[in-house]
Design a protein around this ligand. Structure first.
Ligand SMILES: NC(=O)CC[C@H](N)C(=O)O
Length: 429
């Protein structure tokens, strides 16, 4: 039986982007690996007690034996479950997952390998990847390497052949649990349980671990072959200057802003508001990002200083930072929203199917009366978006850029552009 014959594509480096991303064309010059033949017989017939070399231990004392893929070692993190049926690469490279392990409820993961274009940042951020079954085959016309190869290169531990349904039910019953993944047989279960119990993401500023170290420009729009929005196709390139606070910004937020005609300057999360305003932005984006929103007062203070100066758009962590800048408070959800099919009702009553990834939320009753809760998550009634009209501020708790998930909320980017254009017209008058 042929063993795995996945050719080594050009290695995906985990360097942080300092300047414009390599053009998509550069990515295509890598010889894609379209499919791999896997040693099915041995993997399918080997008995668990022979192949299980990895444990997931949860803080509730449960121990889950599985098969490792990717990196070896030991990692600790908060376990969340994501119900998306596609887009594991976008999830893997979303900086919002720093400090977390992601359990995929979709039972088959890895079948399309890893390509060089669908990256949401320059590296994988999650601490561990928990799957039911690692696909025995890799087959996709854009695949450049297998998922295990990428995880190994990114130093992320994967564990497969665990009962992801049982763990998901447990998380839904008890709420998020901290966990430890290890391939180190010398560590006792009790040691690992203590490690899981001794760790928490609450109160942690994870943004400082993922933000860029210096400003850079972003030019790449959504590729023409993927563009779906008429308004984006008709937009005038570079007509508006957006400064984006990088709290762990996903690349597709910037691709969508560029597609709607914006020129984007990405800045470190802690850049003082005065320096940002000196860049003469037409609008400011507060991005998605990992960790506890109440642990980044520096971001809230900058948001307060900027509010009312220029139009602002907050996405996910940015929504939570602006919610605090408005005077509101955030709180931690039981197990959060992580998936691609959550219904959200917007201000017109239209229901959008949304892409979600958050464990914290804004308390509606903590907001001042000037702030309108514009979007509601219909699964649990939580605040999914806000508008502060007189400050020209709009926020979305979920991910209008999708990646992965549905593009129902893509018009949010159009709304932000229209808000900036209106402000520009008023200023010129
Ligand atoms: N995707 C995000 O920006 C997540 C925001 C925040 N870390 C949360 O979990 O709620």
């Amino acid at each position: 039986m042929a063993a795995i014959a996945v050719a080594q594509a050009a290695s995906l480096t985990s360097r942080r982007v300092q300047g414009p991303k390599p053009s998509a064309g550069a990515a295509r010059r890598v010889r894609p690996v379209r499919s791999a033949v896997v040693d099915v017989k041995s993997m399918a017939t080997e008995k668990p007690w022979k192949t299980h070399d990895c444990r997931l231990v949860l803080e509730d004392g449960s121990v889950w034996s599985g098969r490792s893929f990717g990196a070896k070692g030991t990692a600790v993190g908060e376990v969340v479950f994501n119900t998306s049926l596609s887009g594991y690469q976008e999830i893997l490279t979303d900086p919002s997952y720093a400090g977390q392990f992601v359990l995929f409820t979709c039972p088959e993961i890895g079948n399309v390998g890893i390509n060089l274009e669908d990256m949401e940042s320059t590296k994988a951020h999650m601490g561990g990847m928990l799957v039911r079954h690692l696909s025995l085959n890799v087959s996709n016309y854009r695949s450049a390497m297998s998922l295990p190869e990428y995880l190994e290169q990114q130093n992320v531990i994967g564990i497969s052949e665990i009962d992801t349904r049982a763990i998901t039910r447990r998380l839904r019953d008890t709420g998020c649990l901290n966990g430890v993944i290890t391939t180190d047989a010398a560590k006792t279960d009790d040691e690992l349980i203590a490690m899981a119990k001794g760790w928490t993401i609450v109160g942690k500023d994870m943004i400082s671990e993922v933000t860029c170290t210096e400003p850079y420009e972003w030019q790449d729009p959504t590729g023409a072959e993927w563009e779906f929005a008429a308004e984006a196709k008709a937009s005038t390139k570079g007509s508006l200057h957006v400064v984006a606070y990088d709290f762990g910004v996903k690349h597709n937020i910037m691709r969508r802003l560029a597609s709607y005609g914006c020129r984007i300057t990405v800045v470190p999360a802690s850049m003082p508001a005065a320096e940002v305003m000196a860049m003469e932005p037409d609008g400011i984006l507060f991005s998605n990002g990992p960790g506890d929103p109440s642990a980044v007062p520096y971001a809230v203070e900058n948001a307060k200083a900027i509010l009312g100066e220029v139009p602002v758009f907050g996405i996910c962590m940015g929504h939570q930072v602006l919610g605090q800048a408005f005077g509101g408070e955030t709180f931690k959800l039981k197990f959060g929203h992580h998936g691609g099919n959550h219904p959200v009702r917007g201000p017109t009553g239209r229901v959008e199917i949304s892409s979600q990834n958050h464990n914290f939320a804004v308390k509606p009753n903590s907001l001042p009366k000037e702030v309108e809760v514009s979007h509601i998550n219909l699964n649990d009634g939580t605040c999914a978006g806000m508008v502060y009209r007189e400050k020209r501020a709009m926020t979305i708790q979920y991910h209008p850029e999708a990646s992965p998930g549905p593009h129902d909320s893509d018009p949010c980017f159009e709304d932000f552009v229209h808000m900036m254009k209106a402000a520009k017209r008023e200023k010129a008058a």
